[in-house]
Ligand binder design. Structure first.
Ligand SMILES: Cc1ncc(COP(=O)(O)O)c(C=O)c1O
Length: 477
């Protein structure tokens, strides 16, 4: 059997037009959140920095166009839960494309969206039974804010429209979701954004006010009470929803302190404000359960998610809303006038069904629950390094905060961050054969979120690669 030409071209690192991947990417591809100057031709005598091109994946391993192998320490982008190269998902997608490649969910339905909605409603806690499909996480967040606004209009509270979220949290790039995002640097270029989004402190215990650092519970109460305070400041009759991740990603994996979500739920009930659990990263086993609100024992009104629902084999996002929120939409001529052509694409829904079959058959959520402590313990061995300030996270989702001075918790200034993260860590980690993220949207962190299929042998391997790179880091400041 002859190989399809695109596959052999992929392996040889040359496009069908005969251009090298690096050159064609540099000249034609506009990469996301990317500083393109990095890949401009180098000055005479300098080395040309290549666009890294990943051509293949198998399990938790990926290969670049030079044939080099890496551990996928970030599951692509917090996406690939079941690992790469699962042909049964590819086959389910091909079968669906042959049967019905596309049909929209605009007043019509198709079997895969129906089956998947029923399955996800069965997994979601409490009365979260109504599934609205999008193509990704940002659209799911956008959808949840729009639903919150319209719901309150329909139930006679038309002034409730504002939203609250946390500092340094990332909730996506559509303009509403970007308003909810708490990273000023990510928003600056696009302002003014959608008005009505307010920020409260996140749950970074390592950077908590000094008098609360040694008392997680008190810190959790304090952080939750900041939400009540913001609602009071804005006026309870103007606030519609609070958007929180179970474990906040941006800033480097902030788990909720004990009692935090319990108090947030009370506050939301007291002020009639919807609690949106943004589980774009945390759902589908990343923390342990199918939905991470179950890991922390709280009941949201809406879950937004994406990524792991298909393990990245096809794009899909979704919002799961409670029966209460759907109720007014059952009546009269009421319509949620919102949707996306590709939302709930049949091929993506088929991928999600096959992905969830693998979860069930291989017991992936139990695997994460069983081995989360081992992963944590492997990363904790790095705590003796002078640059490692904090190791934190949950499930298969960890952040390692890097500091200049461990005793004072002093962080790096902008120039040091530039030299450390971009100048040294990102390329050095990649050279050490591990793809993960060195991020400074908050304080500098290394983030890990590998496929959920890995186990103790890989935890040790990841920790030892990190050790070799981090041991040398101080020399590169
Ligand atoms: C918590 C959270 N919400 C929303 C988004 C946006 O998702 P997407 O990139 O699929 O639009 C992300 C992306 O990482 C996320 O982590």
């Amino acid at each position: 059997m002859t190989e399809p030409t695109h596959t052999s071209a992929t392996m040889s690192g040359v496009t069908p037009a005969g251009t090298g991947y690096h050159e064609a990417a540099r000249d034609h591809l506009w990469m996301h959140f990317t500083r393109h100057s990095t890949f401009e031709p180098a000055a005479v005598g300098g080395a040309d920095q290549r666009v890294p091109v990943i051509v293949r994946g198998e399990g938790h391993r990926i290969w670049d166009d030079q044939g080099r192998e890496y551990i996928d320490g970030l599951a692509g982008l917090f996406v690939n839960q079941v690992g790469h190269g699962r042909t049964e998902i590819a086959e389910a997608m091909a079968k669906q494309a042959g049967e019905l490649a596309f049909f929209p969910l605009w007043s019509f339905a198709h079997p895969r969206a129906i089956e998947l909605a029923e399955r996800l409603a069965g997994e979601a806690p409490g009365d979260l039974n109504r599934v609205f499909f999008t193509t990704g996480g940002g659209e799911a967040v956008e959808t949840a804010w729009k639903l919150a606004k319209q719901y309150f209009k329909l139930v006679g509270k038309p002034t409730k429209h504002k939203v609250i979220s946390r500092s340094v949290a990332y909730h996506g790039t559509p303009q509403g979701a970007l308003s909810i995002t708490g990273i000023p640097e990510a928003k600056k270029a696009f302002e003014p954004l959608v008005p009505g989004a307010f920020k409260v402190p996140n749950t970074n215990l390592y950077r908590a006010p000094e008098h609360l650092r040694d008392d997680e519970k008190a810190f959790g109460q304090w952080a939750a009470d900041r939400i009540a305070e913001a609602i009071e400041f804005e006026g309870p009759d103007t606030v519609a929803a609070v958007f929180l991740e179970p474990v906040q990603n941006s800033g480097g994996c902030f788990p909720p302190p004990p009692g935090y979500f319990e108090r947030v739920r009370e506050i939301c009930d007291e002020y009639d404000v919807l609690l949106v659990s943004d589980e774009v990263i945390c759902a589908f086993g990343r923390i342990g359960s199918m939905f991470a609100c179950d890991d922390f024992g709280y009941q949201p009104d809406i879950i937004t998610t994406a990524k792991g629902v298909t393990s990245g084999y096809a794009p899909l996002g979704l919002m799961v809303a409670s029966e209460r929120l759907f109720e007014p939409f059952r009546k009269d001529h009421t319509v949620f006038a919102h949707g996306y052509t590709w939302g709930g694409h049949p091929v993506s829904c088929a991928a999600a069904m096959a992905n969830l079959d693998i979860f069930e058959r291989e017991g992936l959520t139990d695997h994460v629950k069983q081995h989360a402590g081992d992963f944590r313990a492997a990363l904790d061995t790095l705590a003796d390094l002078p640059i490692v300030g904090d190791v934190r996270g949950a499930g298969f989702f960890y952040g390692i905060e890097l500091v200049k001075d461990k005793d004072t918790r002093e962080t790096f200034d902008d120039d040091e961050c530039e030299r450390l993260l971009r100048g040294y860590l990102s390329p050095a980690l990649f050279d050490a054969g591990i793809y993960c993220r060195a991020d400074d949207r908050g304080d500098p962190v290394i983030q890990l979120a590998p496929p959920l299929t890995i186990g103790p042998a890989e935890f040790t391997d990841i920790a030892s690669r990190l050790r070799s790179v981090l041991s040398d880091a101080a020399k590169h400041l």
